[in-house]
Design a protein around this ligand. Structure first.
Ligand SMILES: [Zn+2]
Length: 216
């Protein structure tokens, strides 16, 4: 297998609505507490950026989504730090034989201005991903007052992640739950492996497919 065939790409997308003013929620993006009068609604700290990155990782590793791994029915995740969840996802994909090479993200918010927080957000994400900060790109944009972000109803985030799957001998050495996923990926790389991987994802998704959007 060539080095290129070890590369996997994933896309993550997440949306959270703003909580009511009287909810007194903090606005947390990329693990940074942003100064703003409203925070996002959610079961955890509602860090929409960290959630999008986590889903990009899980998508690239064909391991479902964060709703499956961190259900909102679990009180353990109430108010949880999503940077912590992202670290857990990084460990999860590592057990399946993957590590992060590069991530890029965009946050869409009409308000507040995020430029002054960007470097701290990048540093936090990079730390959770175990990569140098140069491997994390982050942009913020408004939507020119269009859509739910533009009306100030919520914030969305998108992320892409490039992962590399380590050599199979390393993966098999892990031996645990990652091994089954790795064996699926190791099927002949002629497209059939992609199909088998997709069927695995749909199978695991059956139990929680009704959740759909992020539950964190
Ligand atoms: Zn979320």
């Amino acid at each position: 297998m060539s080095d290129f065939e070890r590369l996997h790409i994933g896309l993550g997308y997440d949306v959270h609505a703003f909580a009511p003013l009287d909810a007194a929620r903090s606005l947390v993006l990329g693990g940074v507490q942003v100064s703003y009068e409203r925070g996002l609604d959610g079961h955890s700290d509602a860090d929409v950026l960290a959630h999008a990155v986590a889903d990009a990782l899980l998508g690239a590793a064909r391991l479902g989504d964060i709703g499956e791994h961190f259900p909102d029915s679990d009180p353990a995740y109430a108010g949880a730090s999503s940077l912590g969840l992202l670290s857990e996802v990084t460990a999860l994909i590592a057990r399946a034989g993957f590590r992060v090479l590069d991530v890029d993200c965009v946050v869409a918010a009409q308000e507040p201005k995020l430029a002054s927080y960007r470097e701290d957000m990048r540093a936090n994400l990079a730390s959770s991903l175990n990569v140098p900060v140069q491997r994390v790109g982050l942009k913020a944009t408004t939507t020119e007052h269009l859509g739910f972000e533009g009306r100030g109803e919520g914030i969305s985030a998108q992320a892409v992640a490039l992962l590399v799957r380590d050599d199979m001998s390393d993966v098999s050495g892990n031996g645990n739950d990652g091994a089954s996923g790795a064996s699926d990926v190791s099927a002949p790389g002629d497209g059939a492996s992609d199909v088998s991987g997709a069927s695995d994802v749909s199978a695991t998704g059956d139990a929680s497919a009704s959740t759909g959007a992020c539950v964190c």
